[in-house]
Design a protein around this ligand. Structure first.
Ligand code: NDP
Length: 484
């Protein structure tokens, strides 16, 4: 029985908000309280069929618009979304359990800037020509066609807008499948599209779970490309489903990132920067630095200051302005992270702080855990090499650059990292030797949207960001015109 106070969201297909005809629903729960506050359609392959059909119908005329006209649409979307900034932030905070300050500064703000950034990029595209003595090669960037955009729960609107903006900007139409755990801001974005009159079928959305809706979408014969962000094991299944029909594929997957602290660092900014890298969004960011490697000569001082810093972080009501850590996404995920605390003990770890559930007043039913710092597990232990994706970091010491590099590179992942040193040249040359897609020196998550974003090894295939996104969401064609 659906409680009448529960918000009911629908699929958005061909410009209409519609339920799945079978009438099955998913409950949507607040991570902070554990209470259901919304429901979404539990779509299946038949809903996916209708959505793909709507996208196929819309694509030719959308793709035929001039690039500047599509840039204007992105700008209109940005304006309309910006007007709803506070609504986006509070809905995202409620749906994910993250602190409102983070939802405002990252999720709500960045979703708007994603649309504006790609609008600007589209406007600055020049005709690329390669001249030969007797001919000119004209590069034509055509739409790929219809895309499947699949996104995770940790940064729901931020990551969805990061895909939709360049995808439709390059003339494609899309079908989106957000995480079943966090569908609310995806629905809000569809309402924005509807409000501003984006041509119907350019963006479609089916709610549901990975097996019922995500899998048939990825393997659908009417889908030409797949852009997926999520876990590495799901990425493997997505790649296998997409491969038989040679769909263009982009995979942004998991990470196990190192923060490397050299003895010549600015200790204060390293402590706060490494703590931010470890615990932002309760450690649920693919880029989080969950293995902290500290040069032996400063290890004890760093450990003491770091633990003190972490113990002062405010965990609690996500709607409070001063809250730094909110709730974890689900009970299942909380159990998984707590399971790693037990594993760490088996692996010889010593819990320096945290390591258990907590229960802020009034939030007893939620998924809460204290920020946790562990030392004593080996650098090659499971805790130090597997993606945990929660508020849990491990500390390790090293004696030389070679040792630090060996530890940093000793995981199946290769997404990101940060290096903390007073010697910027050394920071840069050390970073270049790391087997990752991105490294920050003396900062973390300092993003320029023009720069390439993505991972190596089991962290993904391809790059997003700036021209890399525009390249993925288009097909480059060469027209060679021979002169007499
Ligand atoms: P999942 O891999 O579980 O899910 C990601 C999305 O895929 C969800 O929408 C999910 O649906 C869907 N899905 C699940 N199974 C299938 C399938 N067989 N076919 C198609 N789609 C499917 O990831 P999480 O949502 O748990 O997100 C956390 C993970 O995402 C972490 O590993 C994190 O590192 C990674 N991530 C990577 C980023 C990057 O840029 N590299 C950025 C952010 C997160 P449903 O939720 O309904 O099951």
């Amino acid at each position: 029985m659906v409680d009448e106070r529960i918000l009911e969201i629908k699929n958005y297909i061909g410009g209409d908000f519609i339920d799945s005809p079978r009438g099955d629903f998913l409950g949507v729960f607040e991570p902070a309280t554990g209470r259901q506050f919304a429901s979404a359609p539990l779509s299946d392959a038949s809903d996916v069929d209708i959505a793909v059909e709507a996208a196929r119908t819309a694509q030719p005329s959308w793709g035929a618009l001039g690039i500047r006209e599509r840039a204007d649409w992105l700008e209109r979307i940005a304006d309309a979304l910006e007007e709803r900034h506070e609504e986006v932030a509070s809905l995202e905070s409620r749906d994910t359990g993250k602190p409102i300050s983070l939802a405002r500064s990252v999720d709500a703000t960045r979703s708007v800037s994603n649309f504006r950034f790609f609008a600007e990029m589209l406007r600055s595209q020049d005709q690329e020509v390669f001249e030969m003595a007797d001919a000119s090669n004209f590069v034509v960037n055509k739409p790929v066609g219809v895309g499947a955009l699949i996104t995770p729960w940790n940064l729901p609107l931020y990551l969805l807008s990061w895909k939709i903006a360049p995808a439709i900007g390059m003339g494609n139409s899309v079908v989106c499948k957000p995480s079943e755990l966090t569908p609310m801001t995806a629905d809000l974005l569809m309402r924005v599209f509807d409000e501003i009159g984006l041509p119907e079928g350019v963006v479609n959305l089916v709610h549901g779970d990975g097996i019922g809706a995500g899998s048939p979408l990825v393997s659908h014969p009417g889908v030409d490309f797949v852009s997926f962000t999520g876990g590495t094991s799901t990425g493997g299944k997505v790649a296998a489903s997409a491969a038989p029909s040679f769909k263009k594929l982009s995979l942004e997957l998991g990470g196990k990132n190192s923060s490397i602290v050299f003895s010549d660092c600015d200790m204060q900014s390293a402590v706060s920067g490494v703590a931010r890298a470890g615990f932002l969004n309760q450690g649920q960011v693919c880029l989080c630095g969950s293995r902290i490697l500290v040069e032996g000569s400063i290890y004890e001082e760093f450990r003491e200051r770091f633990v003190r810093h972490v113990e002062q972080m405010k965990v609690g009501d996500p709607s409070n302005e001063g809250t730094e850590l909110g709730a974890l996404i689900s009970q299942d995920h909380l159990e998984k992270v707590l399971g790693y605390v037990e594993l760490a003990k088996e692996e010889g770890g010593n819990i320096l702080t945290g390591g258990s559930r907590c229960s802020p007043d009034g939030f007893e039913g939620g998924n809460w855990m204290l920020p946790t710092v562990i030392e004593g597990v080996g650098a090659d232990s499971r805790c130090a090499t597997e993606e945990i994706f929660g508020p849990l970091v491990t500390l390790h010491s090293f004696e030389s650059e070679e040792e630090a590099l060996g530890i940093a590179n000793n995981t199946r992942y290769g997404l990101a990292g940060s290096v903390w040193t007073g010697d910027l040249e050394r920071g840069r040359s050390f970073s270049e030797k790391m087997e990752t897609g991105m490294v920050w020196v003396n900062s973390w998550l300092h993003r320029d949207l023009r720069a390439p974003f993505g991972g190596v090894k089991d962290s993904g295939v391809g790059r997003e960001g700036g021209r890399w996104s525009l390249g993925f969401f288009s097909e480059a064609m060469n027209v060679c015109v021979k002169r007499d």
